[in-house]
Design a protein around this ligand. Sequence first.
Ligand SMILES: NC(=O)c1ccc[n+]([C@@H]2O[C@H](COP(=O)([O-])OP(=O)(O)OC[C@H]3O[C@@H](n4cnc5c(N)ncnc54)[C@H](OP(=O)(O)O)[C@@H]3O)[C@@H](O)[C@H]2O)c1
Length: 239
Amino acid sequence: MQPPKPLTLIVATTPLFPAGEETTRLGIGLKGTLPWPRIKTDMSFFARVTSRPPTAGKTNAIIMGRKTYDSVPASLRPLAKRISVVVSRDTSGSVKEGVLKELEKRREKIATKAAEAAAVSGKTENVEPVTDAIVESSLDGALRALESKADVGKVFVIGGAEIYNATLGLERGVRVVMTNVVRKDGEPFECDTFFPVDSFEGWRAASSEEVSEWVGEEVDGQWKDDGDVKVQMVGFEKV
Ligand SMILES: NC(=O)c1ccc[n+]([C@@H]2O[C@H](COP(=O)([O-])OP(=O)(O)OC[C@H]3O[C@@H](n4cnc5c(N)ncnc54)[C@H](OP(=O)(O)O)[C@@H]3O)[C@@H](O)[C@H]2O)c1
């Protein structure tokens, strides 16, 4: 039997150097949201990479913890043109009910927009990825649900810390596509949630060509300015 394909984690982190500690920590969140104000370069990278299917007719999946789902602005969730897989231990059914209600509303909005666009362009054929959402009670359950679904494209694990950690515990190859975020003034961002890997010792740094192949667009690994911050996209593979 072929080993399962490596899973790709996508994350934006900022390096922190806690006083008295020798190792760097990689901050990813603060008070249920991101530690930094909107970074256009990273948000559009995330949107393009996670929503662009490998072939027409497929839809990518994004696996996330319930808290990360909640951190997406209500008007944008579930994220369009992707299958959101929300992992929650909730047994009351309220998480599932909430997600499915939001899915219905979101699909209505997307359908209205598509009808308006078709009226202008005269084109009615639609090979766009679908917008879907499911709720699963474990990471294994999430992966099994995706395996049994037709037309699933790439699968990305999009956080947060608890779900990244669960992914790293799987007997499976893992790739990390990481946006490094630093402030231009050198000040650290305040963070209360951290990526479960502090240093990538024991991992292999991927070349720009490999990362470009994983994400489906050219990534050059160079730092880019975006307002008060600079960002750099890099990749690692667990060996
Ligand atoms: N920088 C980035 O790229 C990035 C990406 C994503 C998120 N974030 C940030 O990270 C923070 C959220 O991370 P987090 O670690 O607190 O939360 P999280 O991983 O997003 O969600 C945690 C929740 O997911 C469910 N869950 C987690 N592991 C599970 C498992 N193995 N089985 C079943 N359910 C499981 C539970 O939901 P229930 O409580 O419903 O049971 C748990 O409370 C936020 O600040 C967010 O903005 C940053």
